[in-house]
Design a protein around this ligand. Sequence first.
Ligand SMILES: CC(C)(COP(=O)(O)OP(=O)(O)OC[C@H]1O[C@@H](n2cnc3c(N)ncnc32)[C@H](O)[C@@H]1OP(=O)(O)O)[C@@H](O)C(=O)NCCC(=O)NCCS
Length: 126
Amino acid sequence: MRGNDYFRELLGIKVLDAKDGYSKMSLKISKEHTNFVGFTHGGVVFALADCAFAEAVNFGDKQAVAVQVNINFLRPSSEGDVLTAEAITISEGKTFVLCSITVRKKNKTIALFSGLAYKMQSDKTF
Ligand SMILES: CC(C)(COP(=O)(O)OP(=O)(O)OC[C@H]1O[C@@H](n2cnc3c(N)ncnc32)[C@H](O)[C@@H]1OP(=O)(O)O)[C@@H](O)C(=O)NCCC(=O)NCCS
């Protein structure tokens, strides 16, 4: 990925693995990541999945931006949990790339994120 992902750094997300069409990230949940019921804020789980998505579709010189995403929050997590997000490209064409991102707490799936990204044409930058 070109440049820095400052929001990823702010949240404390770590990159475990990254290659073309694939990435794996982790985040240890702190109190600041939780919501009023003591669960990990949905926006934090979304952000972890979204960061893994971004890395997988922006590897090297590739540039792509999300155009549609969906997330299902299947299980809660809370302070002290270590979450991982694994992004795998399902389909890549000339214009769009579809990715599936699984967020896990140990061996349990806590969220499933699906992301469709638009591939920027090489003669344009953003
Ligand atoms: C919404 C929800 C309760 C519905 O669950 P369901 O389909 O009825 O299924 P279940 O009741 O079998 O629960 C699914 C899992 O969530 C856990 N869970 C459900 N309610 C819970 C609660 N109040 N506290 C902690 N864990 C809970 C269950 O233990 C189960 O985990 P397990 O399979 O590892 O034992 C569940 O999908 C969920 O908790 N999702 C996460 C919501 C979330 O964190 N949103 C973002 C922040 S608000």
